[in-house]
Design a binder for this molecule. Structure first.
Ligand code: GDD
Ligand code: MG
Length: 353
């Protein structure tokens, strides 16, 4: 089966993490976010993926190439100007001649896509939409359904007083190709605000696939950190809680409590403390007595002697100098140096927007 992944977004809400990197390439467990999406689709029988891209396509293409490393055929469709979610898929219409999957490029989930596809073929609607439950539906597309799970209404980003359900569009669709007939070519157009509401107004069958499986979108730095905590804390208890990829030098006098994932070429000095969940990107350096707890470090970052980093994200090539305590929940971008003069507050961002 073919799938389209929507990877158009700039990731503005993920700043400063996306200052130098497109959202799809932001590392999750030391792999580009998009790689997780591709592996998910592959696991559910997708063998060809069209990447519908707007912003900074080159690094994505350089990293993934033709997809053979992941066992998926990859096709890149680049928009000159953003075409919106449906316009971006319309752009690939000539490649879509059979039932296909669409995936928002900023979600991580284990919704059972295989079962969703099976259900789509049993009911044969024009479109199927996966649903998940959230606390605050105003940030999402709210989907109302009837007792047989057919969609009655789709309301994108409703005002708080218009929220009628906590079941929202999880950003996974199965579509029949003729749905794209309702989308004008080369024009910005949205599934959420145009295609789905119009199908429903015209009485076309749209099926929902509600699921309580894990689901999160990596929209903000807080959620980015939460994804890491969720994934690391879900590591199977029968497996080792400290995973070291490639070659790294961990001093036997370092104190490490899992779950911790360490990429290659890291150095952790004597009496440094790592308290999971922690991820170290490649080439990170933790000096003596550095304390890193509940944190994600991007490649080649350094935490100085006796410095402290808790519940925070440290960008690539960034340095926390000796003795500096970073307050909780900070997001430090790439190429930052934090010294003792720095007046960061809890939840601080560097560079500030
Ligand atoms: N190629 C391309 N071109 N992709 C785009 C474009 C575009 O013009 N606009 C958005 N996308 C991609 C984004 O990169 C993202 O992966 C996906 O489409 C959804 O867009 P977002 O901008 O992230 O929308 P959202 O998160 O506010 O809402 C969407 O996702 C929610 C679930 O996370 C909607 O689909 C909601 O209905 C849904 O609940
Ligand atoms: Mg989103």
């Amino acid at each position: 089966m073919k799938a389209v992944i929507l990877v158009g977004g700039k990731g503005t809400r993920l700043r400063p993490l996306t200052n130098n990197l497109t959202k799809a390439m932001v590392p999750v467990l030391n792999r580009p976010f998009l790689e997780h999406a591709l592996r998910y689709l592959k696991k559910h029988g997708v063998d060809e993926v069209i990447l519908a891209m707007g912003y900074l396509p080159d690094p994505i293409q350089e990293y993934f190439g033709d997809g053979s490393r992941l066992g998926i055929k990859l096709i890149y469709m680049v928009e000159e100007t953003p075409l919106g979610t449906a316009g971006a898929v319309k752009n690939a219409e000539q490649l879509l001649d059979d039932t296909f999957v669409v995936l928002n490029g900023d979600i991580l989930t284990n919704i059972d896509l295989t079962a969703m596809i099976k259900r789509h073929f049993e009911v044969r609607p024009r479109a199927s939409i996966a649903l998940t439950r959230v606390d605050n539906p105003t940030l999402y597309g709210v989907v109302e359904t009837d007792s047989s799970e057919m969609v009655k209404r789709f309301i994108e980003k409703p005002a708080p007083d218009k929220v009628t359900s906590h079941m929202i569009n999880a950003g996974i669709y199965i579509l029949e190709p003729d749905v794209l007939k309702n989308v004008p070519p080369a024009t910005p157009f949205m599934f959420e605000r145009q295609v789905f509401p119009t199908l429903l107004e015209n009485g076309q069958p749209v099926l929902s696939y509600p699921s309580d499986a894990y689901w999160i979108d990596i929209g903000t730095p807080e959620k980015y950190l939460k994804v890491h905590f969720d994934l690391l804390l879900a590591w199977d208890s029968s497996l080792r809680k400290i995973r070291i990829e490639g070659r790294s030098k961990i001093d036997p006098g370092a104190v490490i409590e899992g779950p911790v994932l360490i990429a290659g070429d890291c150095v952790v000095e004597e009496q440094a403390q790592l308290k999971g969940p922690v991820v170290l990107g490649a080439g990170c350096y933790l000096a003596k007595e550095a304390v890193v707890e509940g944190a994600v470090l991007w490649p080649n970052s350094r935490v100085g002697r006796g410095a402290l980093l808790t519940n925070s994200i440290l960008g690539a090539n960034s340095v926390i100098e000796d003795g500096v305590s970073i307050p909780e929940s900070c997001v430090l971008g790439d190429n930052i140096v934090v010294d003792t003069e720095c007046r960061l507050k809890k939840g601080g961002r560097l560079p500030a927007e």
